[in-house]
Write a protein that binds this ligand. Structure first.
Ligand SMILES: O=C(O)CCC(=O)C(=O)O
Length: 341
């Protein structure tokens, strides 16, 4: 794309930024479009082999299927399985504290995840349509209207792990997030969630739940080891227009020999990453959508920051009526695990 006034090529990000956001380099103002457009923009900030967001692989149209019916007894079984406490070892807690992330195998029944994948795929088709075109499909707050999704998002088992890893008494839900990286979609840029979530606390973590096995070539979530790694790059200026921030982060991690875990995931395996953990995800070089459900939890009592920025996307959706400085305790932020229970 070129600008008719000065014939300078416009960055790909301009396709997704509003006119107001295009006019200033600063990120202080709030995001002014929806969260799907946020992801469209955000994916343009990744450096890719071909220098572009979308690779040559083209996805086939999504085939809308009749919504799968799940009977009451299966739903009850799923809810029960997702309420069973998980035995987290001291070693896992220690690894999370040191590395900022942990991958845990056999947390969720693969059959339950297969049902969830079908359900989330049909939700995405309902919300975004069946035609390919989006490199990265997303949706949030699905738990409010879908019972199957709700059992996963409010799962005591998952929230208990989050609470123990963070070492806090109780956690609340920030949001759920369907993350479908389509065939041919490029990398997710390096980032840490502390920069993204408008939550005034470091006691925040995300469970990233693959909905099919994810080999390396499908773009698994990948982590830079070290809870303190962010200190190497915390003063690096973020660039909202192009991939320069991602590129510099990559260079610094390479120069400093920071180990990166980009191993694949089995079905049933899930990861938890701390809000200070730097992470990325590879391109999806397969012909299948790389689907994951991410659920984020924060320490009960945390407040909304005083100045949320565009990097937080359409966050009001996740905490209606909460104002800067308020404790985040809306009806959309239920306590999902409490040691007092
Ligand atoms: O799924 C992805 O590619 C990115 C997800 C992510 O960054 C997250 O859940 O924190």
């Amino acid at each position: 794309m070129t600008d008719s006034t000065n014939s300078q090529p416009k960055p790909e990000s301009f396709e997704y930024l509003s006119k107001a956001q295009q006019q200033s380099e600063d990120v202080a103002s709030q995001w002014d479009q929806d969260n799907q457009q946020w992801w469209n923009w955000y994916m343009t900030l990744a450096e890719n082999e071909q220098g572009q967001n979308n690779l040559a692989v083209k996805p086939a149209p999504f085939r809308p299927q009749a919504p799968i019916e799940i009977d009451k007894s299966t739903l009850a079984q799923i809810q029960d399985a997702l309420s069973v406490p998980y035995e987290l070892s001291a070693d896992a807690i220690d690894q999370f504290a040191r590395n900022g992330y942990i991958k845990l195998k056999n947390v969720i029944d693969p059959e339950h995840l297969t049902l969830l994948r079908e359900r989330i795929n049909s939700i995405l088709i309902d919300v975004l349509g069946a035609e390919p075109g989006l490199a990265f499909r997303s949706d949030e707050m699905m738990w409010l209207h879908d019972e199957l999704v709700r059992h996963f998002v409010l799962s005591k088992r998952i929230a208990q792990i989050a609470s123990e890893l963070l070492g806090v008494q109780a956690v609340r839900l920030y949001h759920d997030n369907a993350l479908s990286k389509e065939p041919g979609c490029g990398r997710t840029p390096w980032h840490y969630d502390y920069h993204h979530f408008p939550i005034d606390s470091r006691n925040v973590c995300t469970a990233w739940i693959p909905l099919q096995p994810i080999p390396r070539e499908m773009g698994p979530l990948a982590f830079a080891a070290g809870i303190d790694t962010y200190k190497l790059v915390k003063d690096l200026p973020f660039n909202k227009f192009d991939s320069s921030y991602d590129k510099q982060l990559n260079q610094i991690f390479t120069d400093r020999h920071i180990p990166v875990d980009d191993s694949g995931f089995d079905l049933g395996e899930i990861s938890f990453h701390h809000t200070l953990s730097f992470h990325t995800a590879g391109a999806n070089k397969t012909n299948e959508s790389r689907m994951a459900l991410a659920t984020t939890y924060f320490e009960d009592g945390a407040r909304l920051v005083s100045n949320p920025t565009m990097i937080s996307g359409e966050f009001h959706k996740f905490m209606p009526a909460i104002e800067p400085g308020d404790v985040i305790n809306s009806a959309y932020n239920p306590v999902c695990h409490s040691c007092a229970d």
